[in-house]
Design a binder for this molecule. Structure first.
Ligand code: BEZ
Ligand code: FE
Length: 282
C-alpha cells in the first residue's frame, strides 16, 4: 500500500484512496481515467501555465453554456469523442443504416406531416424532393416507421437559431410510413454551415488551424416499434467539406446523390433508403 503522493506512483496513490464499497463500473471508469490522465500529464510534462489556461478554458466553456447552448458537447464533437462514443454504442450489421451525432438543433414533437408535404416554409433555397423506403435487414418495407427530419435553411441556420426570423418548424417535420415503407417530403437542398464558433470552442478551432464548417446535410431520426432507433444524417454529395467535417460526422454510406431535375417542378431529387435492424432482446 502506497500512502504518500510521488511523481512516479501518482496514479496508483490516487486510485488506492477509493473506498471498499464503490459501484464496480464507476471503479473501473475512474481507475482508467486517472491512469490515462496521469500518463498524459507526464507524457507532455504539463507546465503550470498550461494547466492554468486549461482550467480557464473549461471555465469559459461552462460560462458559455445556457438552456440553448452546450459548449461541452461542442467540445466533445470537435475532439471526435462524440462520434467515437456513438460508434462504440451503435455497432450494427453492415447492411443497416449507420448512426451519427444528433447535434444541438433537434426539437422534439415536430409536426406530423402528410406523405409528400413541404417542410420548407420560408420560400428560400433550391427545392429538393426527398424520398425513399424504410426497410428491414431482409429488404421488407417497415410500416409505421417515424422519420423525424430537420435541416438548416438556405442561409445556413436552423429555425431555433433564428426565432422570430424563420417560421416556426421551418425545415422540420415527422413522417410516418404506410405499408409500403415509403417516405417523401419537399425540402430544400441543404447548405453547409459553421457550428456555433463564437465561444471558447471556436477560438480553440482557430488556434488549431481548423475551420468550423459542417458539410450540408439533412438530419433523420428514425423510430419503429421493435427496431433500434437510428440517429443519422444524409450528406450532399458535392459538398466541399465532406472530408473535413469539423465534428467528424460523415460516413461514406451516408453520402446521398442529389440529382438535378430540369424538367420537373422541383430543382433536385434526393433518394435514400434506410435499413433498420431489430432491437436486441434483453
Ligand atoms: C448539427 O449537425 O446540427 C451539429 C452537430 C454537431 C455540432 C453542431 C451542429
Ligand atoms: Fe446539422
Amino acid at each position: 500500500m502506497i500512502d504518500f503522493f510521488t511523481e512516479s506512483h501518482s496514479a496508483q496513490v490516487v486510485n488506492s484512496r477509493m473506498g471498499p464499497v464503490v459501484e464496480p463500473r464507476l471503479r473501473m471508469v475512474m481507475e482508467s481515467l486517472i491512469k490515462h490522465l496521469h500518463v498524459f500529464v507526464k507524457d507532455i510534462e504539463l507546465k503550470q501555465e498550461e494547466w492554468d489556461s486549461a482550467i480557464e478554458f473549461l471555465t469559459q466553456c461552462g460560462q458559455m453554456c445556457s438552456a440553448n447552448r452546450q459548449e461541452f458537447i461542442l467540445l466533445s464533437d470537435i475532439l471526435g469523442v462524440s462520434m467515437l462514443v456513438d460508434a462504440i454504442n451503435h455497432r450494427r450489421p453492415p447492411q443497416a443504416t449507420e448512426n451519427t451525432v444528433l447535434g444541438p438543433f433537434h426539437v422534439d414533437n415536430a409536426p406530423i406531416r402528410e406523405y409528400g408535404a413541404a417542410i420548407s416554409l420560408d420560400g428560400k433555397g433550391e427545392s429538393c424532393l426527398f424520398e425513399g423506403t424504410v426497410k428491414d435487414l431482409f429488404g421488407q418495407p417497415i410500416e409505421g416507421a417515424t422519420l423525424d427530419v430537420w435541416s438548416d435553411n438556405a442561409d445556413g441556420f436552423y429555425d431555433v437559431q433564428q426565432t422570430g426570423i424563420q417560421p416556426t418548424w421551418n425545415n422540420r417535420g415527422r413522417f410516418v410510413t404506410a405499408a409500403d415503407g415509403k417516405y417523401r417530403f419537399q425540402g430544400i437542398k441543404p447548405v453547409s454551415y459553421p457550428i456555433p464558433d463564437d465561444g471558447p470552442v471556436g477560438q480553440l478551432l482557430a488556434r488549431l488551424g481548423r475551420h468550423p464548417w459542417r458539410p450540408a446535410h439533412m438530419h433523420f431520426l428514425l423510430t419503429a416499434p421493435g427496431y433500434e432507433r437510428i440517429v443519422t444524417h444524409t450528406f450532399v454529395n458535392d459538398d466541399p467539406y465532406l472530408t473535413s467535417d469539423t465534428v467528424f460526422g460523415v460516413k461514406e454510406s451516408l453520402i446521398q446523390n442529389f440529382a438535378p431535375t430540369p424538367t420537373e417542378s422541383t430543382k433536385w431529387k434526393a433518394q435514400f433508403d434506410f435499413v433498420m435492424h431489430q432491437e436486441a432482446s434483453e
